[in-house]
Design a protein around this ligand. Structure first.
Ligand SMILES: NC(=O)c1ccc[n+]([C@@H]2O[C@H](COP(=O)([O-])OP(=O)(O)OC[C@H]3O[C@@H](n4cnc5c(N)ncnc54)[C@H](OP(=O)(O)O)[C@@H]3O)[C@@H](O)[C@H]2O)c1
Length: 345
């Protein structure tokens, strides 16, 4: 397969290059960059090493401008671009090739909900019915049939994977309270005074509390498909980590439900899932999943409450890894291909 990466110089774009280089079904990588078009890929990231050239014959290791992308006829385009820019920049390739969009542009289909989160109507409202929400373990069958795959957000991945099975089995109901901690790379590479090293090191705290973070709309929309009465209270926190997300989810649990029954629910939905680790009463840690495409899930029961703990690497399962997993599903490749690597991303 010929794969293009748009937004090459960003955090998720550079990880995509590594994962695609290690992917046996990828024969050619086309790096696309707005800010660095014409630059050699090793000028952008010397860490990639010269071997990357063996899969960049078409562009001779140089980044191309997105306007030229169509002429390279990629089989799949990974768009690691900012939301509200991505759909527009992709205009020449949408529906001509498979697009896996890491931005939010195709994630929320109800225009009024998209506006509530992003302040405007979805940029390509006309194409929303051609896009699938790419939460791999939940929508695998649908993903195979779509040419626009909206890769989920990082916080939503860490929350939806553990909560959806419990909702579907009516084990939890009502208000769901989530506190998440994220590493700083979740905000991308763009300059922001609040994200400078001296602002963030030895410092941790909440932001966008309760229902004000834009991912609430994305998450609640998916949760309501299983239970229309559910309401989400989500408070993200930043901690001085490079990468990683841990989410602590609190909800009312059905009376008398045991830990074994919770385990059985997760086994029912994820027993065959390559990238979900069901941990029981072990509380997963971000370092357990660092560099992996896994979501680890543990829990604790207390009377009428369940506390569920999930961990992902925001840059891998929360972004580039899940995007490669989506490609594997879409093209009928074994799901774990190119994603076996566990360790520093
Ligand atoms: N970071 C995460 O943990 C994470 C997780 C899930 C989803 N996402 C989503 O994935 C996408 C990429 O995230 P990221 O963290 O990789 O962001 P990033 O580090 O900020 O990189 C985004 C890249 O997009 C390109 N770009 C930026 N502004 C642009 C503009 N105005 N016009 C055209 N291109 C522009 C740039 O690359 P070039 O100049 O090389 O084109 C930039 O490096 C975002 O939509 C983000 O919300 C990120």
């Amino acid at each position: 397969l010929k794969a293009a990466v748009a937004g090459t110089s960003g955090y998720t774009g550079l990880i995509l290059l590594r994962r695609l280089y290690n992917h046996p079904e990828i024969t050619e990588i086309i790096p696309v960059s707005s800010s660095k078009a014409g630059n050699n890929i090793l000028e952008i990231d010397p860490g990639l090493g010269k071997n990357i050239y063996s899969k960049m014959n078409l562009t001779e290791g140089k980044c191309i401008n997105i306007e030229k992308l169509g002429s390279y006829k990629p089989d799949v385009v990974f768009a690691a671009l900012p939301h509200l820019k991505s759909a527009e920049l992709l205009k020449n390739v949408l529906l001509k090739t498979v697009v896996i969009d890491l931005s939010a542009d195709f994630r929320i289909h109800a225009p009024e909900l998209f506006r509530a989160a992003y302040g405007c109507r979805p940029p390509r409202e006309d194409l929303l019915d051609k896009a699938v929400y790419g939460l791999c373990e939940w929508y695998k069958d649908k993903i195979r049939d779509y040419d626009i795959i909206a890769n989920p957000g990082c916080y939503p991945t860490s929350v939806l994977l553990p909560v959806l099975p419990l909702l579907k089995e009516k084990a939890v109901s009502g208000n769901i309270i989530v506190n998440s901690i994220s590493g700083i790379s979740g905000a991308g590479k763009k300059l922001n005074e609040n994200l400078l090293f001296c602002e963030r090191t030895e410092n941790a705290g909440a932001y966008a509390p309760c229902r004000t973070h834009r991912h609430v709309t994305e998450m609640e929309g998916e949760l309501k498909k299983e239970d229309s009465n559910v309401k989400l209270y989500f408070t993200p926190h930043l901690a001085p980590l490079k990468q990683g997300i841990t989410s602590t989810i609190t909800a009312d649990i059905k009376k008398g439900m045991s830990s074994d029954e919770i385990n059985n629910i997760y086994k029912k939905y994820y027993g065959e899932a390559v990238f979900i680790s069901i941990k029981g009463n072990y509380i997963p840690q971000t370092m357990d999943v660092r560099g992996s495409n896994r979501c680890d899930i543990g829990w604790h029961l207390d009377d009428d409450k369940i506390f569920v703990f999930s961990c992902i690497d925001n840059l891998i399962k929360g972004a580039s890894g899940q995007a490669v997993q989506n490609m594997n599903i879409r093209f009928g490749i074994d799901e774990h291909t190119g994603l076996e690597f566990f360790g520093e991303a």
